[in-house]
Design a protein around this ligand. Structure first.
Ligand code: MG
Length: 382
């Protein structure tokens, strides 16, 4: 398909940090996507928690299935808008590579442990994974991805870390946090696709776990509107034994409505701003967007999930235990770096080496290591 003028064109990439000859059959963004899929960090996503710990059930999302859903939604929207699907896919598949074990609980605990050493941010860690931590090439650390892919991976960044990155790479991926411009439209799309994906799948997982109910969800406008629409079209879905189909039909309708809304609202914004190329799109403010009405509905759903699911006492209890595991792992490796593999133990930046090692762990490996080092079994990690 033809790319719109405002899309990122791989033929005009700002390039890689280490120059490489072009691939004979693939564009640079396709190549980035392939490098991400073959990375070690990508394979670990299958055993990393999104909301529910990995062992809690085989059907809950993990970071891997979440990333695939983000890529699917992103590609579908990209195709309609003439954006670069390969770049969207690469960013979507890489966007969570820097996540610690145990979801946000793990990240918060690691951030506290690292407070005296510059903190820990998972978006920055995703960039560290692809820039430094993957060990696959003879000539350089990391995967040596294109600027545009790295720009999309660094979704957020504190002002302090932006200055540090800018010092290492002037005019690079951190510059936009200093001059307050936007990333490419493909990167903006991944952020929105991420939110659409987790809002939808957390409803599914939340109901499956029994922590939230269909009755509670009826207070959420976006959900209720499409539940009623599904029932009006298929009255048989009201039967209790068809509750799961009703849930899925509602979620499917919600997802479609959000996708069509993003496409229509973004088309309008792009028409008004009329960027002549990808750089003008970066300077035009956020163009990838929901309509005002959908934005409000999506925010209300997010708020519901925050209060009813992410802060559910049962989730909080597990996340409390997970934070203890991460803190005690950090203490144990800091006291005795030799407990880590040699490549980490030998690093001079020892606190960061410990953080990198823990951040790379899957839920179950972190649980096993914790048990090995402390003799305690705080989590049933399978
Ligand atoms: Mg995500």
């Amino acid at each position: 398909m033809t790319l719109a003028v405002y899309a990122c064109d791989p033929a005009r990439t700002r390039g890689r940090r280490f120059a490489e000859p072009p691939a004979p059959t693939r564009t640079d963004f396709q190549r980035d996507r392939d490098r991400i899929v073959h990375s070690t960090a990508f394979r670990r996503l299958v055993y990393k928690t999104q909301v529910f710990l990995n062992h809690e059930g085989d059907l809950f999302r993990t970071r891997l299935t979440h990333s695939l859903e983000v890529a699917q939604l992103g590609r579908s929207i990209a195709r309609s808008l003439g954006l670069n699907e390969d770049l969207v896919e690469a960013v979507a598949l890489a966007h969570d590579l820097g996540h610690t074990p145990f979801g946000h609980a793990g990240q918060d605990a690691l951030n506290e442990c690292m407070a005296p050493h510059g903190g820990f941010e998972h978006n920055l860690q995703s960039l560290r994974v692809v820039d430094q931590l993957e060990e696959r090439y003879p000539g350089f650390d990391g995967l040596n991805l294109c600027f545009e892919t790295r720009e999309g991976i660094l979704k957020h960044c504190s002002a302090r870390n932006a200055q540090l990155l800018e010092a290492q790479e002037p005019g690079g991926v951190a510059r936009r946090f200093i001059d307050r411009s936007q990333p490419s439209l493909e990167a903006q799309l991944c952020n929105l696709a991420d939110a659409i994906a987790y809002n939808a799948h957390d409803i599914d997982d939340g109901v499956r776990s029994g922590l939230i109910s269909m009755a509670q969800l009826q207070s959420v406008d976006l959900f209720e509107r499409y539940r009623l629409e599904a029932l009006a079209e298929h009255p048989g879905l009201a039967e209790p034994q068809r509750a799961r189909r009703l849930l899925y039909d509602t979620i499917r309708r919600m997802l479609s409505a959000q996708v069509y809304d993003v496409i229509a609202a973004t088309r309008q914004a792009i028409e008004a701003a009329a960027p002549a190329n990808a750089d003008e799109a970066r300077q035009a403010g956020p163009l990838l967007r929901f309509s005002a009405a959908m934005h409000a509905q999506s925010a209300a759903l997010k708020q519901f999930l925050f209060g009813s699911l992410y802060r559910h006492p049962q989730v909080m209890e597990t996340t409390g235990q997970a934070q203890i595991v991460v803190r005690q792992l950090f203490e144990a490796y800091s006291l005795c770096p030799a407990e880590m593999p040699a490549v980490h133990a030998a690093r001079p930046d020892s606190a960061r080496a410990v953080a990198d090692y823990i951040a790379g762990m899957t839920d179950r490996f972190a649980g096993r290591e914790h048990e090995r080092l402390t003799g305690l079994k705080l989590l049933q990690t399978g």
